[in-house]
Design a protein around this ligand. Structure first.
Ligand SMILES: Nc1ncnc2c1ncn2[C@@H]1O[C@H](COP(=O)(O)OP(=O)(O)OP(=O)(O)O)[C@@H](O)[C@H]1O
Ligand SMILES: [Mg+2]
Length: 393
């Protein structure tokens, strides 16, 4: 029995050596395809390290293009390489610190000032921070990741006041280097012109990864995180090529690799093949769809379910009218009042924007011009299965 257990263990661990390497939070020492960005960002911070004024910086680029990875890698490396430089690095993610108040609160804590998390006057937080910052006589490199979320929620007053600070501080004294990271490309256009002119950041663009870059990124993860010769090179090239064609998003490429490794282990295989990778793409897509559907309000779910049911019955390209009829039947089953046809038509458009289904106009049919559902992001049967698993029928 013991021997059997050992074999099973060994068998199950044949692919993944270190799960942490395949997680989103893991940042490798080297970032393939981003050497020049690492170098540029490092060089932009060197003046501060030498106690001289540095430019503000903004990283712009789509999701999964390595913005967070480059920012964190560089500040980690710089603080190790220059431990006695007069610089303090603070990284904040604005998905949590999404108001000026919360950022200031986080800064107070970083400087060791204990304040209550709410109900404290903002100006006092600001003054506390300013006094502590001046007292340390160190430059502050403040990275505001996902800063577009802060600006969307609370405007740009924080960016304005922090970038103005440098003008108020004497030229000889340490200042603040503001680094904003955004995955909305037109982020700077949303800033007030006065803010933009004080902030006036050096722009660094992060372009979607190309296939050979994704290949290098994946190969590095495989070498660090998987057992030796537990993957086919063709399988890795397949992920790289497909993700490059879709989006160039490294996060997605790594997710697919992780999923492929898990599927291969689950099936007791000894290597990741292209076949497994194709299945992994499906599973990752399905996971994403499940997350999106979970975030939808009930009526959106019912409209999507109505379209799914019609497509499942081989109805070709059901129009708004048919979907509405099906939706109304569903609302009866769920004891909710149906929304109007007009509203349901709007919901269809929103589902299209979220990529769950695709709609198009059908011109000049027997009923004139109508909106029809062309297809779902998954096969109707797969979509229906997701609904069934969520308890919808
Ligand atoms: N050049 C690279 N080498 C190795 N890993 C990378 C590289 N670029 C990105 N990654 C990895 O891909 C994932 C996504 O990258 P990252 O978080 O940096 O993207 P991002 O540009 O910040 O995306 P978002 O806008 O969604 O925040 C992370 O796990 C990161 O470690
Ligand atoms: Mg990021």
């Amino acid at each position: 029995m013991e021997g059997y257990a050992d074999v099973r263990c060994d068998y199950q661990r044949r692919i993944i050596r270190d799960r942490r390497i395949l997680r989103d939070s893991y940042i490798p020492k080297e970032l393939p395809g981003r050497q020049s960005e690492v170098e540029k960002f490092t060089n932009l911070l060197l003046p501060a390290i030498n106690n001289e004024p540095s430019l503000n910086i903004v990283f712009l680029g789509k999701p999964g293009t390595g913005k967070t990875a480059v920012a964190k890698r560089v500040i980690t490396d710089l603080s190790e390489k220059f431990p006695s430089a007069p610089v303090r690095y603070i990284y904040l993610n604005c998905s949590r610190s999404n108001t000026a108040y919360r950022v200031m609160y986080a800064l107070n804590r970083e400087y060791g000032i204990l304040v209550p998390p709410s109900g404290y006057p903002y100006d006092e937080l600001y003054n506390n921070f300013l006094a502590a910052f001046k007292h340390t006589r160190q430059w502050l490199v403040l990275i505001l990741d996902e800063v577009d979320l802060l600006v969307r929620r609370d405007g740009d007053r924080l960016i304005y006041s922090l970038s103005r600070l440098n003008d108020e501080i004497g030229y000889k004294d340490p200042g603040i280097v503001l680094v904003g990271i955004s995955n909305t490309p037109n982020f700077l256009e949303k800033l007030d012109p006065r803010t933009l002119s004080s902030f006036s950041p050096e722009r660094m663009y992060f372009y979607p990864y190309r296939a050979h870059q994704l290949h290098d990124i994946l190969l590095q993860r495989a070498k660090e995180g998987l057992h030796e010769s537990s993957w086919d090179d063709g399988a890795i090239s397949f992920i790289a090529a497909r993700v490059a064609a879709e989006s160039g998003d490294a996060r997605r490429a790594i997710d697919v690799l992780r999923m492929a490794a898990e599927l291969a282990e689950r099936d007791g295989l000894d290597r990741i093949t292209t076949e497994i990778v194709k299945r992994a793409f499906k599973s990752v897509d399905e996971e994403e769809v499940i997350i999106t559907i979970r975030s939808l309000p009930l009526h959106h779910r019912l409209v999507l379910l109505a379209a799914t049911k019609l497509l499942l019955r081989n109805e070709e390209r059901p129009g708004t009218g048919k979907i509405y009829y099906q939706y109304k039947r569903l609302t009866r089953d769920y004891y909710v009042r149906p929304l109007t046809l007009r509203r349901v038509s709007g919901i269809l458009r929103e589902l299209d924007e979220q990529g769950l289904l695709s709609i198009r106009m059908s011109y000049g049919g027997s009923r004139g011009n109508t909106k029809v559902v062309d297809g779902l992001v998954l096969e109707p049967a797969e979509m229906y299965q997701i609904f069934t698993n969520m308890g919808f029928t």
